[in-house]
Design a protein around this ligand. Sequence first.
Ligand code: UD1
Length: 422
Amino acid sequence: MDAIVVEGGHPLTGQVRVGGAKNSALKLMAAALLAPGVTTLRNVPDISDVAVMAEVLERLGAHVVRTDHTLTIDATELTSHEAPYDLVVRMRASTCVLGALVGRLGRAHVAMPGGCNIGSRKIDIHVAALEQIGIEISTEHGYIDAEGAAHGAHVMLDFPSVGATENLLMASVLGDGETIIENAAREPEIGDLVAMLVGMGADIAGAGSPTITVTGVGTLHPVDHTVVGDRIEAGTYLIAGALDSGPVTVTGFDPDHLDIVLQKLERAGCVVSRFADGVTISRTGPIHALDIQTLPYPGFPTDLQAPFMALLALADGGSVVTENVFENRFIFADEIARMGADIRIDGHYALVRGVAALSGAPVRSPDLRGGAALVLAGLVAEGRTVVTDIHHIDRGYEGFVDKLRGLGAIVSRVDVTDPETA
Ligand code: UD1
């Protein structure tokens, strides 16, 4: 059992480069299924979620080869249309092959995702949207069965779901007619998927706006595509820099993709300098309390809610954090409370009363982003923090410990059986 051990109180300074976005790379890997031949993806992060997605593609008959941060995906022949439960249960995002299989093969058999640590995460919006473009869907024995060829339709999503927008895009690119997606998700990862699909020969307009129009084309061809920089990984290191005094420079991403987060960091008392592919952050005064509410892009990203809460836990007053995207994303608050944070939860609100200091403690990583946030809290806590269940962190952060060490943190990955004695 691995844990991350952090010795608090060591200054963070220097530069760190983020990789390609997890939430984009996984979908781009699925999109490669749409074109027979060999697709190349560059800037792919070396994280466990990518390894699981590679396994999903292999089970479908594709051949995936990784060299450093480049993946080649040979989807010349697909031999299966099933994404089995043993893989979907390991990574919910593998359900994004649903749209790609429907697009390429006209059928898919995909295990229904269950709940996860941040909520029930339903799939009803995906199903309703696919039905509207002519795909017949049935759910039996824990699987979604989809069959049919997409025809054009005017689809209004109940909520700008990232996953539903992606599945609908991939199911409709090779269909007939025009599909108009209203209330589409606007996340930069959607823009990256659309850029790749257009590179493959798709006809798609409006990415980044709430209305995306897909005009079906007959075939798609493989492409060579570079994954967009990971704004969430970048935000995590910037918040680490804000917790400490910095300066910390984070490169490899587009600062415009973190606009609201950077504005909030400035209002919290940080000095933020943006440049073409990164940001430098530093802070000399106290952390100012402020409110945040998570919303679909361009709102404050739910994936940075826990790291930002770690910052507000040390602010000079009370802050309200409102979680609007996921129903159960405050488990992190109970863990950081073990380090002395003063946080009261009421439904989807968290009242964070800033404290003067956190104290190192053994804590458990509740999920991917909550786990990273606990490590950040440990960096500025008094004494030692031991974060267990770090397999969650491995899902989305490549070389997390090494990158933090590069900034001067005293942090290590150890094999422990009893975190209390690590
Ligand atoms: C993606 C990201 C995740 C991010 C989230 C919101 C990946 C792999 N994950 O997740 O990191 O936090 O976007 O930016 O890209 N919902 C329904 N019915 C549906 C679909 C969604 O009720 O059919 C609900 C979900 O339960 C959730 C909310 O809508 O409460 C947002 O979900 P969605 O935007 O679909 O997020 P994901 O694509 O799952």
